[in-house]
Design a protein around this ligand. Structure first.
Ligand code: SAM
Length: 287
């Protein structure tokens, strides 16, 4: 039998179950075993690991996870796929399938139940229409997660792994960098999927920090400043922040804070690192 993550293996499963792709669920199944190996290797999956998989599809990645991990929990939204996955992997002792929308699952409870006292790893070929909400939900809930290894649109991977000053660097980059260290594992061309998407992809690994990389006194304000700083690109940070009503500080006061923090008022927001945003947030807090 061919592995599922090959074109022959995928076609065999699709034909066997008369599967009809649902575009609205972002279904592009992985058909390249080399890419699959890269995902498993970069996630460093071992029998000690409990893995949460988001969107197993017909099981292209699931098959390898079941083989390598101690435990695999896969969450799939499409009811068509549930009997397919159950028939293929129902016998595996280390596999649990949950039929739900990942954004509706109580992840804290799930992780506590399935992996008490031990961090999990997340592995997924993510549905592209909700990539960012899924990644942010995993990070913001501060769950016991060691790493998140995901296939995403290349554009998203580049954005999340961008460095300050880079065109791709944005509010989402800073937010992700607060929780995790991003690493671009590999670029993946569109012909590695069935059906072939209109965009290229990339495997991105986020290694989560035990504690956020910087300490901030007021987390809400820190994220508010980040959003404000990127709301008008190419303007100075002073002008952008002053134009944003949410910070409730006069332009003069902001200028003083920016100068005192050492960031300076002619700097542009898109050049600031996560550490500098933290410093700015604390200086505004102390003002
Ligand atoms: N893992 C499979 C692979 O690599 O071939 C499928 C990946 S496909 C890009 C995305 C999968 O996520 C599909 O199976 C889709 O039905 C599922 N999905 C879409 N939205 C979801 C959601 N909100 N919650 C859980 N699964 C979802």
């Amino acid at each position: 039998m061919d592995k599922i993550a090959t074109s022959q293996g995928t076609i065999a499963v699709l034909n066997k179950y008369d599967f009809i792709f649902r575009k609205k669920f972002g279904q592009n199944f992985l058909i390249d075993p080399h890419v699959l190996n890269k995902i498993i290797d970069s996630a460093a999956i071992t029998k000690d690991d409990c893995v949460l998989e988001i969107g197993p599809g017909i099981g292209s990645v699931t098959e390898a996870l079941i083989e390598h991990a101690g435990k695999v929990i896969s969450v799939e939204i499409d009811n068509q796929l549930i009997p397919i996955l159950e028939e293929q992997f129902g016998q595996a002792q280390n596999f649990k399938l949950i039929h739900n929308d990942i954004l509706k699952v109580d992840l804290k409870e799930l992780v506590n139940q399935e992996s008490p006292g031990r961090k999990i790893k997340v592995v997924a070929n993510l549905p592209y229409y909700i990539t960012t909400p899924i990644i942010m939900a995993l990070l913001e809930h501060e769950l016991p997660i060691e790493s998140i290894t995901v296939m995403v649109q290349k554009e998203v991977a580049d954005r999340l792994a961008a460095k300050p000053g880079n065109k791709q660097y944005g509010a989402i980059t800073v937010s992700v960098n607060y929780y995790a260290k991003p690493y671009l594992v590999a670029n993946v061309p569109r012909n590695c999927f069935m059906p072939r998407p209109n965009v290229d992809s990339a495997v991105l690994k986020l290694s989560l920090y035990d504690e956020p990389v910087v300490k901030v006194k007021n987390k809400e304000q820190f994220f508010r400043i980040i959003r404000a700083a990127f709301s008008q690109r190419r303007k100075t940070l002073l002008n952008t922040l002053a134009a944003n009503g949410e910070l409730h500080l006069s332009k003069e006061a902001l200028k003083q804070v920016l100068d005192e923090s050492g960031i300076g008022s002619v700097t542009r927001g898109e050049t600031l690192s996560v550490e500098e945003f933290a410093k700015l947030s604390d200086c505004i807090d102390n003002f």
